[in-house]
Ligand binder design. Sequence first.
Ligand SMILES: [Zn+2]
Length: 415
Amino acid sequence: MVKIYSKALDQSIDIERLIGYHKGNQPGPTLIFFGGIHGNEPAGVFALKKVFENLEVLKIPMSGNMYGISGNLWALKNGVRYKKEDLNRLWTNDNIKDLYTNKPHPDNEDSIQQLDIYNTLKNILDVEKGPFYFFDLHTTSSQTIPFLTVNDSMLNRRFTMQYPIRMILGIEEYLDGPLLSYINEHGYVSFGFEAGQHDDPNSVKNHISFTYLSMVFAGCIHKNDVDFDKHYEFLNSTLKKSHKTYEIFYLHKIRKGERFSMKTGFINFQKINKGQSLAISDGKSVIAKSKGRVFMPLYQDKGDDGFFIIKKTPYFFMYLSTILRKIRFDHILPTLPGIHWISDKKDSLIVNLKVARFFTKQFFHLLGYRSKEIDKTHLIIKNRETASRKEDYKNAFWNKRYYSLSKTTSFKKED
Ligand SMILES: [Zn+2]
């Protein structure tokens, strides 16, 4: 049991690994929410605690069951992001294998937390039948309107299009080891929700509304049994009828020893122009190479992601990629010279860079691939769709209807 404090609410609560568990009276999906993977982000934990209390008190009829899992308990207790290593960058297959073979050193708090979370998850997956939905609740160092971070698989897209919340696709291409990418690579619907600034009271409210919407969208509770319209409108008001889908184009990764400071005053999603000075690195100005929007500017001591640049993903692209992925257009690629399947699994391609330069990154994205450069001559691209557990979700109502654009989207020209 650890005591954690919320500056936003000026309140302390005692929590354990399991923030809460609620079992419905009917069979249904299993929803797993994480809060506080970063210890300086207690808003998600406080919100989940509140929702679990309401579920008990109000006796809301529920199908399936729901778990709330706390993240870095050591860091939550100490009010810091992590001890030595970011718990949201440790979820790689190599790291997890290592956790099991060489148990973490007693000093290595972050890995100890990871192993405990891993075992908790494994138990749930062993006990429950699914389908499973995973949600990771976060907050940011700078002021922001709420947004979703979504690995770009069709299952994830279809599910997340239900929310009246901005969506950032493709973060998995820039970050190694986020928890939700690891789970998504195992084929489950899983994504992150960033509710606002760490200490803003609205971040807790946004997390509560997001949790109720998630339960309705996954078919756990009926919208008439919760204040659905209030929660929907609360989040919808932050979207302000603006464009909904964005893609990451650039990350300023802070090198070891680099002295980096973001220029003051940037807010998330702020428009920037080519040539604009964004940050200072080792005494020199960091200039934007293209226009777009600044995303997750770093205004805290810990972390090595300086800032991202994002651009709108046109709705036409979203539609086109749905079609191209459905007809498995990617199977044409290995007929071209310089492109080969890596194995019979046909989930990854190795592309000669001389050939790759004829294709833009967006082209591979359209076909459902994430890319990673491996050496000076080749590129490995991995299909995001192959692992998807399509069967598990085939009866979910959000997956049955044909992919359509949300009622809250608009085609207003901004950039
Ligand atoms: Zn976080």
